[in-house]
Design a protein around this ligand. Structure first.
Ligand code: NAD
Ligand code: LMR
Length: 325
């Protein structure tokens, strides 16, 4: 059966890196035909049309149609996957409250449109920043959709952590298992090497403690800013790649003996307040994310997780105060 996939901010950088991969079958698998729905703001519709022309010109065997709209009610109608990429970036002079307010104006109505029009099996991945809190805003506007269908992306951070560790140890990324990003998709995130394994042994024991604390953690956590500095624009192809990884695993399951990272609504595990959309070690089984249970958290990790979760709680409280959730 053809699956409708809605991408917001479709004419942006990430949209351009994402749509062709979805249409080629990499999001849902080589047996699943897709119909693409491109949501954009009115001034960007023409650019979205240009991208749609290029999608047509690829003659992708799995692509069964493209719709373009500036109306969320139409764009999410019948959608089973929603990739919420378009967001309001912070501009000079903008306070945090202004940023949250502006994004509330995007993610609130989109959440409501998903609530009213999406398919019953809708899965939502929020990429647009601040991703965790934007996901919370969309989720709270969609009371009829199970809360766990709203997720935010920390898979890019996860992939960055794999790559940094693999380079340090001179091993292929495939040798690394059980990497975890905890908390917020922000500089407070905690990439955890105390549960990651390389060749079956704890990763933290295979690197110097100073490298782990002073190089690895800040490099992963600040990688987004480093990319902006180098490229003059935020990560696009790697962000699109991570979105593909997140949804593919959500739908098709994570491999036995490994886990990944995703920001999902907390059930209170690991002391993360219930309802906060925080990154955890997760597996996907039968189309659902589950938080990996029973990990021992030492004092160092506890402090790092708590710091990032504190930031998420502050963001939640701020959007609550603004009446956005
Ligand atoms: P971009 O500016 O190139 O594109 C954003 C697009 O969104 C634009 O085409 C804009 O017209 C559109 N848009 C704005 N408001 C919209 C709305 N209400 N409905 C539909 N479309 C709308 O930005 P980009 O590089 O594609 O990045 C998009 C977002 O992803 C940013 O918020 C960025 O910070 C974030 N991001 C997140 C991660 C992550 O790991 N979670 C990684 C990279 C980037
Ligand atoms: C990233 O991690 O690359 C982005 O979230 C950075 C950004 O601020 O867009």
């Amino acid at each position: 059966m053809t699956v409708k996939v809605t991408v917001t901010g479709a004419a942006g950088q990430i949209g351009y890196a994402l749509l062709f991969r979805i249409a080629s079958g990499q999001l849902l698998g080589a047996d699943t035909p897709v119909k693409l729905s491109l949501l954009e703001i009115t001034p960007a519709l023409k650019a979205a049309e240009g991208t749609a022309m290029e999608l047509d010109d690829c003659a992708f065997p799995l692509l069964r149609g493209i719709e373009i709209s500036d109306d969320p009610n139409k764009a999410f109608d019948g959608a089973s996957v929603a990739l919420l990429v378009g967001a309001r970036p912070r501009t000079a002079g903008m306070e945090r409250g202004d940023l949250l307010q502006a994004n509330g104006g995007i993610f609130g109505p989109q959440g409501k449109a998903i609530n009213d029009h999406a398919a019953d099996d809708i899965r939502v991945l929020v990429v647009g920043n601040p991703a965790n809190t934007n996901a919370l805003i969309a989720q709270s506007a969609a009371p009829d959709v199970p809360a766990e269908r709203f997720t935010a992306m920390t898979r890019l951070d996860h992939n960055r952590a794999l790559s940094q560790l693999a380079t340090k140890l001179g091993v292929p990324v495939t040798d690394i298992k059980k990497m975890t990003i905890w908390g917020n998709h922000s500089a407070t995130q905690y990439p955890d090497l105390y549960h990651a394994e390389v060749g079956g042994k704890v990763a933290a024991e295979q690197v110097e403690e100073a490298w782990l604390r002073d190089t690895f953690i800040p490099t992963v956590a600040k990688r987004g800013a480093a990319i902006i500095e180098a490229r003059g624009a935020s990560s696009a192809a790697s962000a699109a790649n991570a979105a593909i990884d997140h949804v593919y695993d959500w739908v098709n399951g994570t491999p036995e003996g490994d886990w990944t990272s995703a920001a999902i609504p907390s059930d209170g595990s690991y002391g993360v307040p219930e309802g906060i959309i925080s990154s955890f070690p997760v597996v996907s089984k039968d189309g659902k994310w589950e938080i990996v249970q029973g990990l021992e958290i030492d004092a160092f990790s506890r402090e790092r997780i708590d710091a990032s979760v504190r930031e998420l709680v502050e963001e939640r409280d701020a959007v609550k105060e603004l009446g956005l959730i």
